[in-house]
Design a protein around this ligand. Structure first.
Ligand SMILES: Cc1cc2nc3c(=O)[nH]c(=O)nc-3n(C[C@H](O)[C@H](O)[C@H](O)COP(=O)(O)OP(=O)(O)OC[C@H]3O[C@@H](n4cnc5c(N)ncnc54)[C@H](O)[C@@H]3O)c2cc1C
Length: 424
């Protein structure tokens, strides 16, 4: 063998399936050093007095990193876990293990790209190359029928063109073996309190209990597909309300969008239908679209701080506590605060209320979602918020699914706030 050691820097790609950086490193090096860094900058406060990462997402992240470690251990390897800034830590590891190259997946949002630029500069001083791969989207950037700068701003045009002229690539194989240096330091998984966060207990009212990690994500995908075996989707108008609840695993990269795509396509082939795949693929295309739009237009619209006025601060505080007096908004926020998750319709309700009724900048709402949502991802969060606010280059004609069934809504309100109010 060539005696090379490659460092694989995991970020939001916490899986061994369909992971090009891992497979390529295993092919090209004798040993690899897989590393995950808990970067303290992600555990600080934002200018909107919110946390960058709240306890629910942090718990999901800890489970996902632990899951990755287990997946690598099953292949004979391991994961090195560190706490600190990657631009400081990665060069140290490179020197310690005589690393020849570092592989990572390119990110798109400002903070993430700034960190990788810093890592690249620090490695450059050691004459070590940071090799960039593309691996977060369903459609590979290079397969798009247009350069990023010419991507249509209207989603429908984007969708039509990619469906006509691009294909989704097959996923990458999982390596059969992962070899790490014999003396590789493991590092301990931190606890929530090490990250300065309180416990994140499960709420018995939650519609689903999310646990992080690749195995859990794949299990959820299988369970979702199995549920549709006994619920024929062909011609069923309820297919419009299909919701896989896969977003937390997709956001942290425990699941690859291609894996979801090929499994859903396979399901539809087997069950002679195309409806389930159409419903899920549409949403995965929205996910891609928001990411490509962020790449095209940069973070300018999203990154400028908005100074909240006193009245905005007051309204924002009531909204965050679920005390606006609007029952459905308060119920949704209570669910969000208690579980770290609300469905798409609830997100639309609370976002519309904050921006249109309470007159608060969408940026404060987006910052709160960043703290609370276990599936937070910058492009999807900011893309959806700017759409709702009707602001910025990413405002698009997405039909909002706001129609509610009054009975279902009443039950939901009962579940999340009525009982609480009665108790109080
Ligand atoms: C204000 C606001 C903020 C949001 N912030 C986020 C966020 O930070 N992270 C996030 O993943 N989603 C975000 N969404 C989008 C959406 O609400 C969630 O992706 C969705 O609720 C996930 O449910 P699901 O997994 O059942 O989706 P499904 O309907 O089963 O769709 C499959 C996958 O497609 C993606 N997807 C679905 N809807 C959207 C959408 N509107 N935009 C982008 N991707 C989508 C998700 O990865 C999802 O898991 C936000 C929506 C709103 C209105």
């Amino acid at each position: 063998m060539n005696g090379r050691t490659i460092l694989v820097w995991f970020r939001n790609d916490l899986r061994v399936h369909d992971n090009e950086i891992l497979l390529e490193a295993v092919k090209r090096a004798e040993n690899i050093v897989p590393v995950y860094c808990f970067d303290p900058r992600y555990f600080t406060e934002t200018p909107y007095d919110t946390q960058k990462t709240g306890a629910f997402r942090a718990r999901f992240l800890l489970e996902s990193v632990n899951g990755l470690r287990k997946s690598l251990q099953k292949l004979g390897g391991d994961l090195m876990i560190k706490i600190g800034a990657p631009e400081k830590i990665l060069p140290e590891i490179c020197q310690q293990y005589s690393i020849s190259e570092v592989y990572h997946h390119r990110e798109v949002a400002a903070e993430e790209t700034e960190i990788s630029a810093n890592v690249e500069a620090a490695l450059w001083k050691l004459q070590i190359n940071l090799k960039h791969f593309i691996g977060h989207t369903l459609y590979h950037k290079e397969d798009l029928p247009f350069p990023i700068k010419d991507i249509p701003d209207a989603f429908i045009t984007f969708k039509k063109k990619i469906e006509r002229d691009s294909d989704v690539r097959p996923g990458f194989a999982t390596p059969s073996e992962v070899k790490v240096p014999k003396d590789m330091e493991q590092g301990e998984l931190p606890s929530l309190s090490d990250l300065g966060l309180p416990a994140a207990p499960a709420d018995e009212r939650a519609q689903y209990s999310f646990s992080g990690g690749e195995e859990e994500g794949l299990r959820r995908l299988t369970a979702f597909l199995n549920a549709y075996k006994s619920f024929p989707v062909k011609g069923n108008k309820n297919v419009n309300t299909v919701t896989s609840m896969l977003s937390p695993w997709l956001s942290m990269g425990c699941l690859s969008p291609r894996e979801v795509y090929w499994q859903v396509k396979g399901f539809d082939r087997e069950h002679m239908s195309h409806d389930l795949a159409a419903a899920i693929v549409l949403e995965l295309q929205w996910r891609d679209y928001f990411r490509f739009m962020l790449k095209k237009h940069g973070s300018n619209t999203t990154s400028h701080m908005h100074q909240l006025s006193d009245s905005e601060k007051g309204a924002f505080n009531l909204w965050k506590q679920g005390k606006t007096g609007n029952a459905i908004v308060d119920a949704c926020i209570t669910e969000l605060n208690s579980t770290g998750y609300i469905n798409s319709k609830c997100r639309q309700y609370v976002a519309m209320y904050l921006v249109k009724e309470a007159g608060v900048s969408w940026k404060a709402g987006a910052a709160y979602f960043e703290e609370k949502l276990i599936d937070y991802s910058p492009a999807s969060n900011w893309g959806n918020w700017t759409y709702i606010a009707g602001e910025g280059v990413m405002s698009v004609n997405r039909p909002i699914a706001m129609k509610a069934d009054p009975f279902v809504e009443e039950q939901y309100i009962q579940k999340w706030i009525q009982k609480l109010n009665e108790l109080q």
